[in-house]
Ligand binder design. Structure first.
Ligand code: CA
Ligand code: CA
Length: 304
C-alpha cells in the first residue's frame, strides 16, 4: 500500500462537498498529514494581543483527501497510525471562552513547551495525551465550519481519537473528502476552558473504504472499547443520541430485545463527555470489547 504525504499548505476551514481534493489515494493507503494548530500557528507569544488574531483563519484542517472507490452510503475507516507532536503548544482562555468565560474579563495565553513526550505547563510537567480535535468527511450538502462537530465528524474533540484507534466516518460524497486538524498535545474530557494544548504536528492515517458494513458513524474502536459519538445542541440530546446509536447497533448485531441491550449498557457501558465548548456538544457511549465478545460481536472483523 502506498505512503503519501500531504503538506500543511492545503488548509480548509469548513467540511464541504464543494472543496476540491488536494490528494487522491486508494482504499488502504497511508497518508502522513501535516497540520497547523487551531489558530493556524498565529499565536507564538504569551504577550501578543489576542484581538489581533485573524478569526477567519482558525480551526484549519489539512485536506481534503479523495479516497478512490468511496461512494455515498459507504463508511471510511481512519486508523490513526502515529501522531508526531510539534515542539510547543498554546492554550488560551478569556471572556466568552469556555465555561468560565462569564467570569473572565481578559484573555490569557500560555505557551506550552513539548519535550521528550511531556508538556510543561504552569510549572508542572505531564506526559502528552495527544489527540485529534477536528477530523471528518464532507457532509452531503451544506458546508459545515470546522469549529462545529456533527454526524460527519468535525470538531468532536474526543480524546480517544488518538494513536492506535480507528475512527469510522460516514461517506456522503464520492471520494469522502477526508480532512483533519486541530491536534492537541493534551486535553481532558470537556475541554472546559475552550482550548486543549493546541499544537501543530504530523498525523499518519490509513484510509480504508468499508462497503456494506453495519457500523454507526461516527464510531471509534480502540484496544479496549467500541465508542459511539454524537454531537447535538445540548449535552442531554447528545447523551441520548450516543446511547441510542450504540444500543440500536447492538440490537441489530445480537438480535436481543432493546430492553436487554438497555440493561447491559446501563450495567457495563460508560457515557462520557467529549467537549462542552463547541457550537454543538459532544458525548460518547463506550462499551468494552470484552463485553462485545461475550455478546458474540467481533467488531475488529468488521474493519477487516
Ligand atoms: Ca477543537
Ligand atoms: Ca482545539
Amino acid at each position: 500500500m502506498a505512503l503519501h504525504h500531504l503538506g500543511p499548505q492545503h488548509l480548509i476551514y469548513a467540511m464541504s462537498p464543494d472543496n476540491a481534493p488536494v490528494l487522491t489515494v486508494r482504499s488502504g493507503d497511508t497518508v502522513a498529514v501535516e497540520t497547523a494548530d487551531c489558530f493556524e500557528n498565529q499565536i507564538q507569544s504569551e504577550t501578543q494581543p489576542f484581538v489581533a488574531i485573524n478569526w477567519e483563519h482558525v480551526n484549519p484542517a489539512t485536506g481534503p483527501i479523495y479516497v478512490e472507490g468511496a461512494e455515498p452510503g459507504d463508511l471510511l475507516a481512519v486508523r490513526i497510525e502515529k501522531i508526531e507532536p510539534g515542539d510547543h503548544g498554546v492554550m488560551t482562555t478569556g471572556h466568552d471562552m469556555g465555561v468560565f468565560g462569564d467570569e473572565l474579563a481578559d484573555s490569557t495565553i500560555r505557551i506550552v513547551p513539548i519535550r521528550d513526550g511531556r508538556i510543561e505547563i504552569l510549572g508542572y510537567s505531564w506526559p502528552l495525551n495527544p489527540m485529534i480535535g477536528v477530523i471528518g468527511t464532507a457532509p452531503e450538502r451544506a458546508s459545515v465550519a470546522n469549529g462545529t462537530p456533527g454526524e460527519h465528524g468535525g470538531n468532536m474533540d474526543c480524546k480517544l481519537i488518538t494513536e492506535g484507534a480507528t475512527l469510522v466516518l460516514p461517506v456522503h460524497v464520492p471520494g469522502a473528502l477526508f480532512a483533519l486538524g486541530d491536534m492537541h498535545a493534551a486535553m481532558g474530557d470537556g475541554e472546559v476552558c475552550s482550548t486543549g494544548v493546541e499544537m501543530p504536528g504530523r498525523v499518519t492515517v490509513t484510509l480504508t473504504v468499508l462497503k456494506a458494513v453495519d457500523l454507526p458513524a461516527p464510531f471509534l474502536i480502540d484496544a479496549e472499547r467500541a465508542v459511539a459519538i454524537a454531537s447535538c445542541a445540548t449535552l442531554d440530546e447528545a447523551a441520548v443520541q450516543a446511547a441510542k446509536s450504540m444500543a440500536h447497533w447492538l440490537q441489530r448485531r445480537t438480535g436481543r430485545m432493546l430492553a436487554e441491550i438497555a440493561i447491559l449498557l446501563s450495567a457495563k457501558g460508560d457515557l462520557r463527555i467529549c467537549q462542552v465548548v463547541d457550537p454543538l456538544k459532544t458525548i460518547r457511549m463506550e462499551f468494552s470489547k470484552s463485553w462485545l465478545s461475550e455478546l458474540g460481536v467481533d467488531v475488529e472483523a468488521m474493519l477487516a
